[in-house]
Design a protein around this ligand. Structure first.
Ligand code: ZN
Length: 343
């Protein structure tokens, strides 16, 4: 089966009350990990690439890796999604490279850090929807500004956890900037104005490993906002960004083999499951996979410092990521649905 668009998968997810993880990729091993996990669990798949990932892997490599994925697993519906497109231009180049879904993040200006106003967001999103829908490509928009609701001590997030160079997987969150929670009334207006297929909402999650300084409760993770948006927009597919769970065992593994990571908390899987009951259909997960791979590689380097064949550490890294993917696919309910989606 060729790559399918996001709408096809999320409509099925909504009709059958499940959520679908969207995993970020930069290279072959990550794509293989996701596809092996999907094959074992019979899950539909959303693979996404940020601008940073596209520039790291190069569009041609990425396109052909994704074509290899659908060729190897013809029974699995696979969506190729542009994560955080910063301009219509970025979304257009994604479509030219075979992406079947694009996010136009007009909540920020083209620099991907300055918050934009509502009219700008509607204008650029409408432009992308018009172009994309003409090609059968789906569009995710965003309303509100992602970021933490906590007043964190500056030391809570060590510099090592900051986004590296221009890699925008970790969306820039200007220092000291506070999250602007999605206003449900504005969300309703935005969907009517733009006709997006999916809507990213801000509920206090942030990108990267340092999301919360304690296990999140309703004060810092506003799941009630999702419930209110879903009440107003029962037919819109909601998207949770920054939704890695940052499991304790992955933190411990990295520390055990010499990595430096301060204690941190992510989004508990049970909170995501609560979201799925209230319209969340796409759940973005990147950090957990990065951590799993890093822990596995550190372990090989630490226990067998004589190894130098990249396969000796990339294979366990791929296995570790696959395990995280399987866990999420089962927890979000997408497992078992791959063959039921009719394209
Ligand atoms: Zn995001």
């Amino acid at each position: 089966m060729p790559l399918v668009n996001l709408r096809t998968v999320l409509d099925h997810a909504a009709a059958n009350h499940y959520g679908v993880a969207a995993f970020n990729v930069n290279n072959m091993e990550q794509i293989q990990a996701i596809m092996e996990a999907a094959n074992e669990t019979e899950s539909p798949v959303i693979v996404q690439a940020s601008r940073g990932a596209r520039s790291y892997s190069q569009d041609n490599y990425l396109r052909h890796l994704m074509l290899a994925a659908v060729e190897l697993y013809p029974h699995i519906p696979v969506v190729m999604h542009q994560d955080h497109g910063n301009s219509p231009k970025t979304c257009i180049s994604a479509m030219e490279n075979g992406f079947t879904s694009v996010m136009m993040d007009g909540s920020l200006l083209e620099d991907a850090k300055t918050p934009a106003d509502y009219d700008y967001n509607v204008k650029v999103t409408q432009e992308v929807v018009k172009l994309a829908h003409a090609k059968g490509v789906s569009v995710e928009g965003e309303i509100g500004t992602l970021g933490s609701l906590e007043h964190k001590e500056p030391s809570a997030a060590p510099k090592a956890a900051e986004p590296h160079d221009a890699d925008l997987e970790q969306e820039p969150e200007p220092e000291g900037a506070m999250s602007h929670l999605t206003d449900p009334e504005e969300a309703e207006r935005f969907v009517a104005d733009t006709k997006v297929d999916a809507l990213a909402v801000a509920i206090g999650t942030s990108h990267g490993a340092y999301k919360f300084t304690r296990k999140p409760d309703g004060d810092i993770l506003a799941m009630n906002v999702i419930e209110e948006i879903h009440r107003r927009l029962p037919n819109t597919h909601l998207v949770m960004h920054g939704s890695s769970s940052v499991p304790q065992e992955l933190q411990d593994e990295i520390r055990k083999y010499g990595g430096k990571m301060n204690q941190t908390w992510g989004v508990p899987v049970e909170e995501i499951q609560r979201g799925i009951k209230h319209g969340v259909r796409k759940i973005n997960v990147d950090t957990d996979n990065r951590m799993a791979m890093t822990g596995a590689i550190r372990k090989v380097f630490s226990l067998t410092p004589d190894k130098f064949d990249p396969r000796d550490y990339l294979k366990p890294a791929r296995e570790a990521m696959k395990k995280v993917c399987i866990d999420r696919m089962v927890a979000f309910g997408q497992a078992g649905h791959a063959r039921k989606i009719k394209v």
